[in-house]
Design a protein around this ligand. Structure first.
Ligand SMILES: Cc1ncc(C[n+]2csc(CCOP(=O)(O)OP(=O)(O)O)c2C)c(N)n1
Ligand code: SF4
Length: 258
């Protein structure tokens, strides 16, 4: 097949969403952030809500999310995205508002903002990227770092006795009455990408239907911070992160119960 045939519209099998800008992503090759960005933007495009969606960019490796996401964005200080999202949504209740946050942002510096926004049931969506460390600043231990996991500030591995237990934010917020949909997924294989996108879609639909706060965690790799190749980091994630952070839908207030 020559190139003219390949680019015929009828032969097109994948097209990048127009809601991602042409700006080259600043992420390390192999990092999950880029795929997560794409899925959020695809959902917004497929729902046709790009003109009335506002994203809140975090601090961390995805601090430049507003450069990559071709929608209205507002930058928040580290950890404060749920508070900023609360304000934006209350001023513009007919708009869709989401935050995009790493685990240092959401589970450490912004623990209070996260828990209270979830507990208040703010009608927003939180996308939480959990790579188990502080990626941007050099791989320091985060509340999500696994027991025994090495980081630049726990070079011999996280010792629970002195450094405390990892914080499972997703299970925690699922207990709060204000959350309507809480799920944990991954984006390192096509099957996982499909499930994650479905959940992100549901999260935005629940926001549309004013059901409360929807929360989607994406367990991701930080191959640079973990000091592994992308392939090794994905395998390490499967073997170590998933047993501790099991994937699946944790709470769905509309799920049919027997
Ligand atoms: C209040 C505050 N504390 C610390 C920092 C420094 N800082 C910037 S990025 C970062 C780590 C980000 O890690 P995470 O949120 O997990 O995102 P990742 O880079 O892993 O995607 C830290 C500690 C800051 N900017 N503001
Ligand atoms: S440092 Fe880690 S989280 Fe940040 S872009 Fe690189 S791989 Fe991704």
């Amino acid at each position: 097949m020559n190139i003219e045939d390949i680019i015929k519209p009828e032969n097109l099998v994948f097209k990048k969403t127009g809601l991602l800008t042409e700006k080259p992503l600043s992420y390390c090759p192999g990092c999950g952030h880029g795929v997560a960005h794409r899925l959020v933007m695809e959902v917004i495009e497929e729902m046709g809500i790009e003109e009335k969606t506002i994203g809140i960019a975090p601090v961390g490796c995805s601090v430049l999310a507003y450069e990559f996401m071709n929608i209205d964005m507002q930058q928040a200080a580290h950890g404060r995205a749920p508070a900023v999202a609360t304000g934006v949504k209350r001023v513009l209740p007919d708009h869709f508002v989401f935050t995009y946050q790493g685990d240092g942002d959401l589970a450490a510096i912004g623990t209070a903002e996260t828990i209270h926004a979830c507990n208040r049931g703010e009608n927003i969506t939180i996308i939480f990227i959990n790579n188990g460390i502080y990626g941007m600043t050099g791989g320091q231990m985060a509340p999500t770092t696994l027991p025994g996991m090495r980081s630049s500030t726990s070079p011999y591995g996280r010792d629970v006795a002195s450094m405390g237990h990892p914080l499972k934010m997703t299970e925690l917020v699922a207990h709060l009455p204000g959350t309507c949909y809480v799920a944990r997924h991954a984006v390192h294989t096509p099957a996982n990408v499909t499930k994650t996108k479905k959940s992100i879609r549901k999260a935005f639909e629940y926001q549309r239907d004013k059901k409360g706060l929807s929360f989607v965690e994406i367990v991701s790799n930080c191959n640079s911070g973990w000091k592994m190749t992308p392939v090794d980091s994905n395998q390490w994630m499967e073997e170590n992160m998933f047993p501790f952070y099991p994937l699946g839908v944790i709470k769905d207030i509309d799920a049919k119960t027997k």
